[in-house]
Design a protein around this ligand. Structure first.
Ligand code: FE
Length: 203
């Protein structure tokens, strides 16, 4: 696997999935938008829920937070989240002074066990090329404007290491339960292109 961003079985699976999809669409059994909607659900909702659970737990349990930052893979495996594209996950803790941002400049390496499938923009050439050169400008396009004093650290994923960002716990969340906190943890906040949501944002 080393030196190879996407192991063989995965590309085989991707080809197979595409073949099945086109066959089903051709036979009139499913609509292509139904497939897109399902993929989108995995990108935006189902996949990132695992990561949100990990983050919310780290927010309420300082010892877990320490374990998570010291050995992400093991701490994440405590929840049973392991498997493809998750052999080594390094968790990067954001602070008021440091904003970590994740990219794969070569292709689209991504921590599947915690975040699900990567969104389309993550795989785009524009994001991969630009976030390294002008991270602040890219973050601004995502709606994240950072003070000049905040240091932006961009982490390039590869076949051996996948990164996940541990966003800061928003203020005004002291009385919230772990389940309530989970709702504040967006996929984008775990890639580092957004902050966790405030309680007001989720209503
Ligand atoms: Fe990659």
């Amino acid at each position: 696997m080393s030196g190879q961003h996407h192991p063989e079985p995965e590309s085989y699976a991707a080809i197979r999935a595409r073949a099945i999809e086109s066959l089903l669409v051709e036979k009139g059994l499913i609509a292509s938008d139904a497939v897109d909607a399902r993929v989108q659900a995995y990108e935006q909702d189902i996949g990132p829920l695992n990561g949100a659970r990990v983050v919310a737990h780290a927010w309420v349990d300082p010892e877990y937070r320490t374990r998570l930052l010291e050995n992400g893979t093991e701490a994440i495996a405590e929840f049973g989240y392991t498997g493809a594209q998750g052999a080594e996950i390094v968790v990067l803790g954001n602070t008021p002074d440091i904003q970590n941002v994740v990219v794969c400049t070569l292709c689209s390496c991504y921590p599947w066990p915690v975040l699900g499938l990567p969104p389309t923009w993550y795989k785009s050439h524009a994001y991969r090329a630009r976030v390294v050169i002008e991270p602040r400008a890219v973050l601004k396009e995502f709606g994240l404007e950072l003070d000049d004093v905040v240091e932006v650290r961009v982490w390039d994923s590869n076949s051996d290491i996948r990164y996940m960002v541990l966003p800061e716990r928003p203020s005004g969340t002291e009385g919230m339960t772990e389940d309530q906190l989970m709702a504040l943890v967006s996929r984008d906040s775990m890639i580092g292109v957004a902050k966790a949501k405030s309680p007001a944002q989720v209503g």
